[in-house]
Design a protein. Sequence first.
Length: 264
Amino acid sequence: MQTRFFDPLRYRIVQFDQRGCGASRPAGEIRDNRTDLLLEDADSLRRHLGIDRWLVAGGSWGATLAVLYAAKQREAVRGVLLRGIYLAESGDLRWFFRGAAARHPEAWERFSRLAPVAARDNLLSWLAGALAKGDTVERARLACGWNEWERALSGLPAAAPPEDEALRALVLRYRIQAHYLTHDCWLGEGEVLSACARLRGFPVLFLHGAEDCVCRPEGAGRAHASAAGSSLQWVQAAGHDPYHPAMAEAMAGALERYAASGRF
């Protein structure tokens, strides 16, 4: 979750880069990099900092982790704030790697053409292999192409080609993303929804862009239905971009309400 949404005068902000990402080392490492270990890392950090209970917040894959963590460590959680939740189901992968093509055909054409014709029916597997083993130029080409597809689904314009350190970070990001997706994030079908059903005893808010084409709105509806007593706020005109003005306003409002009352 982006720290800019939290008022540092009202929140003690704790943010960490998951294994292989950001400032975590080794950068881009995929060995011993699984969902269960990420959840252990989060709670190890909480205990290390001497925090008894905390508000857990996350967006997209971060929302997935937040749900799984809160379901497992309920006694350590004060509340859960989730933006653009990803359910990590087979239908989500089919959507991202084929179904969304109908919404953005030109962007899909560019994305799918990253791979040879024979590999396009199994694009994720091919990308994962190429990002892990390809040469530097090839991996940069694939990472930029994948990023362009995600930006199209997020309603964002194409970005200028990144340089040097930013490009290296982008390559590592998609290497790890492919690593997780090819292993179904080490989650069973419906496991995130089952975790949602265990979110009780604290306030839970789902924020979801009504125009989100990365993590579809129907997923948020199902997650909300599974989490008894939770709240769901549709953010009109927003997609998956956390910085869309409407989403940024919704995030700030939710955190302001929670700081004032302990509820969303």
